[in-house]
Design a protein around this ligand. Structure first.
Ligand SMILES: Nc1ncnc2c1ncn2[C@@H]1O[C@H](COP(=O)(O)OP(=O)(O)OP(=O)(O)O)[C@@H](O)[C@H]1O
Ligand SMILES: NC(=O)c1ccc[n+]([C@@H]2O[C@H](COP(=O)(O)O)[C@@H](O)[C@H]2O)c1
Length: 442
């Protein structure tokens, strides 16, 4: 819902959205005019994508805009590249123009941001805009429109890659001969939205638990794919790792799965996106490439832990119309979680009880309350997190010295932690699970 204020995260949250909205210079030349100057016609911007129109800040003053955004720090930088990718696509900027603009920026943009793939700017299945490097490490650089090269030589972040496209992934799974659904069975994608700071084995487990539960109890449904959607940095939960790291960790964690995929659309938007909107986006994305003769659409259900359902009852945190849409149109698969009496939570809410049949409740057969918080706690005490997260995740965290208070205090690289304070302008939540944080300044 455009303009909706990002909800704060849990205790101690702040409105980093304010930090992302830098006061960038406004242009007199409109983006539309600039688009006619450049080769914008090469792109089909009318296709059903989640493409955002180019910012009004861009054209001849492009360099100033980048300069202002970079000066805003890591969050501003993130926004810079989200907008940058959009503008590159929309205006058909030449690599030379982009290089000139970047060269004029006082700070060198962090390389990891250049490697992020921004599917939000995809303007069709074959129109994936990818900001990549001249080293060509991006597997889908062939699909890049237009060609954008990294102006600076350098070593890409270790092991960086981009994930499979969500639309292709879902379509492939929906049409593969091994799909375990037939007539009368609705294929389903499970979408987990969350911080994933960092992703843990339990985040992966909730997908497996949900799929088993559906297979054993809901023959009318077939979970064909699971999507991990890490939240935008403007969500501003404390200890929210920089987006490039969270994304990379999610990709590493899901790399060994044949049915899980990471969607960076939510993270790559210009601002925080309400979950109902993310569901809508994923629904249209996964149904984009399904075979024309497919008898049914692919459903998308929200997958979450019981604590998230608890937060549905926090006044002001979720818009009623969003809850209505999430529950009645999509449905929710909830994993029971220690500390939340799910039945009581549903009974206490008129809207939740109205649609109680739209919840699939998955019991935890063995209690496992591993959470990102607990992983961060162990890391802060320099204790092992092995077997709580995939080995690849533990290795990446160690390699980049993440969640290390000593590093955060001064020695970490500029983009490795979300540390910049921002004033809180969002309404403080009240109620169970989400302690109020009135007047927080971060
Ligand atoms: N142990 C768990 N049992 C059930 N659901 C879980 C568990 N851990 C995470 N989830 C669910 O995974 C989703 C994404 O998790 P998210 O990263 O937002 O939460 P988290 O791990 O609880 O993080 P934090 O500890 O930082 O609050 C949420 O719906 C959350 O409820
Ligand atoms: N109004 C909304 O759509 C709304 C409110 C609160 C949280 N959320 C989402 O729920 C998830 C919650 O994550 P955490 O459990 O880490 O706080 C995030 O993806 C966040 O965007 C959405």
């Amino acid at each position: 819902m455009p303009g909706q204020v990002p909800p704060p995260g849990h205790a101690g949250h702040r409105d980093a959205a304010a930090a992302c909205r830098t006061d960038m210079p406004v242009e007199t030349t409109t983006a539309a005019a600039a688009a006619t100057t450049h080769n914008a016609s090469a792109m089909d911007l009318s296709s059903p994508s989640n493409y955002r129109p180019p910012s009004p800040h861009l054209s001849s003053n492009f360099a100033n805009w980048i300069t202002a955004s970079l000066a805003a720090g890591p969050e501003g930088t993130c926004m810079t590249f989200a907008r940058l990718a959009a503008d590159v696509v929309a205006l058909g900027l030449s690599p030379e123009q982009l290089e000139a603009a970047l060269a004029a920026a006082p700070n060198q943009p962090p390389l990891d941001m250049l490697y992020l793939r921004w599917p939000g700017f995809t303007s069709g299945p074959s129109m994936t805009a990818t900001v990549t490097t001249s080293a060509g490490r991006s597997p889908d650089s062939d699909a890049m429109t237009p060609g954008v090269s990294d102006p600076r030589p350098g070593t890409p972040p270790p092991g960086h890659d981009v994930g499979p496209s969500v639309e292709d992934f879902a379509a492939e799974r929906a049409s593969s001969p091994g799909s375990n659904y037939g007539a009368g069975v609705k294929p389903l994608v499970l979408l987990a939205c969350g911080s994933f700071s960092p992703i843990t084995n339990m985040h992966l487990r909730i997908f497996e638990m949900a799929r088993d539960h559906i297979r054993l109890n809901h023959p009318e449904l077939a979970a064909i794919a699971g999507i991990v959607s890490p939240v935008h940095p403007a969500y501003a939960k404390p200890n929210l790792l920089a987006p490039a790291h969270r994304l990379r960790l999610c990709r590493l964690a899901t790399a060994t799965s044949d049915w899980l995929v990471v969607d960076d659309w939510e993270m790559s938007q210009l601002e925080w996106t309400p979950t109902a909107r993310v569901l809508k986006h994923v629904y249209s994305t996964v149904n984009l490439n399904i075979p024309a003769d497919s008898p049914v659409d692919i459903g998308v259900m929200l997958l979450c832990g019981a604590d998230l359902i608890d937060s549905f009852n926090v006044p002001g945190l979720w818009a009623d119309e969003d809850l209505d849409e999430i529950i009645s149109q999509h449905g929710v698969v909830v994993i029971e979680r220690q500390g939340t009496d799910l039945k009581a939570v549903i009974a206490a809410s008129p809207i939740l009880s109205k649609y109680k049949d739209r919840f699939i409740v998955v019991p935890q057969l063995l209690n496992n309350d591993v959470s990102s918080t607990k992983v961060r706690e162990l890391l802060s005490k320099q204790m092992s997190i092995r077997y709580l997260v995939p080995d690849s995740v533990a290795e990446y965290i160690a390699e980049h010295n993440l969640f290390n208070p000593a590093a955060a205090a001064g020695t970490s690289p500029p983009s490795s932690q979300n540390t910049s304070p921002a004033p809180s302008t969002s309404p403080p939540p009240a109620g169970a699970g989400l302690p109020a944080d009135p007047g927080s300044t971060g």
